[in-house]
Design a protein around this ligand. Structure first.
Ligand code: ZN
Ligand code: ZN
Length: 404
């Protein structure tokens, strides 16, 4: 037996006000200071105990008698994008990247819908504490876009300071019909690894290759050979992507430079495939450098995104709760995607199951909606926010103890 959910949000105006405020005031990853203050003030206003964690992360805890502990995560960061949606609540905010560059900032991945939905779900659940018992942990996580936030919160003692949950739940808005929800059973999103590689050569005049070790020719061989890892080494049934997104070398056509620097983005679904690909990447880079008689290259990790895996039993439980709440026509089972998320680390770090789903934010009849990270990404306020809130409430309640 599960607790019955309600089909509407009790104070939609308040929810919309929160959303517009967040959308107008986005902040860059790990710099979400005003966002954290805003979230903490909302939690204070609701009488929910809360604390800061992992820098700009905020954790709220609702203790409502004995019963299971459930955690729900909403990510809070914006992106360096100049918003071009034309909305009257569009962002004109700016921020400063780590290297000092001033950039426009936008909630271009819709994390403002996640925060709004979770704050509203908390308010809905507080309004009916007689219906359920247990503990709800609200995790407002910074820095999803840089894969820094989940790790920062866990490293700052998240699960020592908050009650340990038996499941961690989360959701993300996407370019699909508002009102609909998609979740996968098993792998939900890919692991991602980004590397920066510096190839060293020996600088010389462009007319005198006999005195040089050419890092550009070396780099060309490395990049081409890296593509054979997926095509010639992996089991074709194991998906992987190796993309070289940048390559920089040299200043003038008649100088052979002393180095070349490139970056790689690697996506995989399985841990053993990930390890196989990373080992092969390092092997190819080292072996090609040796073949060029070049010094040993430098390989540095830029970031790593953990797996995002939906425990099949937990996903089935959440799926039936979502079907009951939103209607079977509005819930579908999806395939894993090659995008990445650091959500999985919150649950994996304590060995508990996680469930993560996508909810739509766009009208179906207006053509192909802009994708996340586009300057035109503008989720409909409704029914997007009500759906995100109802989905959160329904999934949480399916784990809490119903009071008769
Ligand atoms: Zn994003
Ligand atoms: Zn996102």
């Amino acid at each position: 037996m599960t607790v019955e959910t309600t089909s509407a949000v009790t104070d939609p105006e308040r929810m919309h006000r929160i959303y517009r405020h967040l959308h107008t005031h986005p902040e860059l990853s790990m710099q979400e200071h005003a966002t954290a203050d805003f979230i903490a003030a909302e939690l204070d206003d609701l009488g929910i105990e809360n604390f800061r964690c992992g820098g700009t992360g905020v954790v709220g805890v609702i203790r409502n008698g004995p019963g299971p502990v459930v955690a729900f995560r909403a990510d809070t960061d914006g992106l360096p994008i100049a918003e071009d949606t034309g909305l009257d609540y569009a962002s004109t905010a700016t921020g400063t990247l780590e290297d000092g560059t001033e950039v426009p900032v936008m909630h271009g991945c819709g994390h403002d819908t996640h925060v709004t939905s979770l704050l509203t779900a908390a308010r809905e659940l507080l309004g009916r504490t007689g219906d359920w018992s247990g503990t709800l942990v609200l995790v407002f996580q910074p820095g999803e876009e840089t894969a820094a936030g989940a790790r920062a919160m866990v490293d700052d003692g998240l699960w020592d300071r908050a009650p340990r949950p038996e499941v961690v739940l989360g959701q993300h808005v996407m370019p699909a019909r508002a009102g609909s929800v998609t979740l996968s059973h098993g792998t939900a999103m890919a692991m991602a690894d980004a590397l920066r590689v510096t190839l060293y050569g020996r600088q010389s005049h462009g007319s005198q290759p006999q005195s040089a070790i050419d890092p550009i020719v070396l780099g060309a061989h490395v990049i081409a050979r890296l593509q054979t890892i997926v095509s010639r080494e992996l089991d074709p049934r194991s998906p992987a992507v190796i993309t070289c997104g940048t390559f920089h070398a040299g200043l003038k056509e008649n100088i052979i430079p002393d180095r070349a620097v490139f970056t790689l983005n690697i996506r995989t679904f399985e841990q053993d495939v990930r390890e196989q690909v990373l080992a092969a990447v390092r092997r190819v880079i080292a072996a090609e450098a040796a073949a060029s008689n070049a010094p040993e290259p430098l390989v540095e990790e830029i970031y790593t995104f953990p797996r995002c895996y939906n425990d099949p039993d937990a996903a089935a439980r959440v799926e039936s709760a979502l079907r009951a709440e939103l209607g079977a026509d509005n819930v579908s089972v999806g395939e894993p995607v090659m995008g990445s998320e650091d959500f999985g680390h919150l649950a994996d770090s304590i060995g508990v199951p996680a469930v993560y789903w996508m909810f739509g934010g766009f009208a179906p009849d207006t053509g192909e909606p802009p994708v996340n990270h586009s300057p035109f990404f503008a989720p409909l306020i409704e029914p997007t926010l009500t759906t995100g809130t109802r989905a959160a409430v329904a999934a949480i309640l399916t784990y809490l103890t119903p009071n008769p």
